[in-house]
Design a protein. Structure first.
Length: 269
């Protein structure tokens, strides 16, 4: 397919992908009564400031954003370290049952997340952590996909490179930090984006674990807007647009590392 047919197909796909985000951005600038009027609003309005102010009044936007940013940053940072250490052990250390443990780890990928919610809730409740940030962070520190990605990528790092550092007197942690981490930067960036966005968009577990509005993350806070008797979709659109910004910014800034990191993890082994 060449010429204008290909151009038409690509333009149609682009419109399907970008169209909803454009409408979301435009709807965020209009009043609730204008969003679903008989005339579609595909142009900017003048209610963005008013909608944002009402959203701040309704859910405490600044506080909610701070909660979400804190949880996502801490959770992703620790999970990356855990995945790197576990992947390094599976890839570079010989120990009894290594392959069996790795297969067992991979088998957890097929377990639906909903199956573990009740046991995790009971554990967090027994520890007195319900309605706290640790209740959101602790259950998500071990990510099987992240360990798998690290292990597959580390298999491509030559053992001779690590042995040379050990001969120079470097311990395992120093080898990991000085030799492995610089080589693994694209994969670490890809995993970091994946984990951060997963924590940023997480809805079900925060909805169950949090009880006070002051502790809510952004997805949970936005859901409370739609639980009201009369939903102000102007506020919802502003909140949804703000929620989508980190995904767009991170992917645009780190798209090269994200794609190369995932490809590296998928093709090594």
């Amino acid at each position: 397919m060449k010429g204008w047919p290909l151009t038409f197909v690509l333009a149609a796909v682009f419109a399907l992908c970008v169209g909803p985000f454009y409408w979301l951005a435009m709807a965020a600038t209009h009043a609730n009564s204008e969003i679903f009027s008989s005339t579609p609003k595909f142009y900017p309005g003048d209610q963005l400031g008013a909608n944002t102010a009402k959203l701040e009044e309704s859910i405490g936007l600044v506080n909610v954003l701070g909660n979400t940013l804190f949880v996502a940053t801490v959770q992703a940072s620790i999970a990356i370290v855990v995945a790197l250490l576990a992947g390094y052990a599976f890839a570079k250390f010989e120990f009894r049952g290594r392959n069996a443990f790795f297969v067992l780890l991979l088998s957890t990928l097929v377990i639906p997340g909903g199956v573990t919610i009740i046991p995790i809730f009971e554990m967090m409740n027994d520890l007195g952590l319900i309605d706290t940030f640790p209740a959101l962070i602790l259950p998500n520190l071990t990510v099987p996909f992240g360990i798998f990605l690290m292990r597959q990528s580390l298999l491509a790092v030559p053992d001779e490179l690590l042995d040379a550092a050990r001969v120079d007197g470097a311990g395992e942690l120093r080898v990991l930090w000085r030799v492995v981490v610089p080589v693994m930067r694209p994969v670490l960036a890809a995993l970091g984006v994946f984990l951060f966005l997963g924590a940023w968009n997480d809805f079900l577990w925060p909805l169950i674990a949090l009880r006070t509005p002051e502790m809510y993350t952004l997805p949970v806070a936005l859901a409370t807007l739609q639980a009201q008797a009369r939903t102000d979709f102007g506020q919802v659109m502003v909140g949804t647009a703000i929620s989508s910004l980190p995904m767009m910014i991170l992917f645009l800034v780190l798209q090269r590392q994200f794609i190369s990191g995932l490809l590296a993890g998928a093709t090594k082994g």
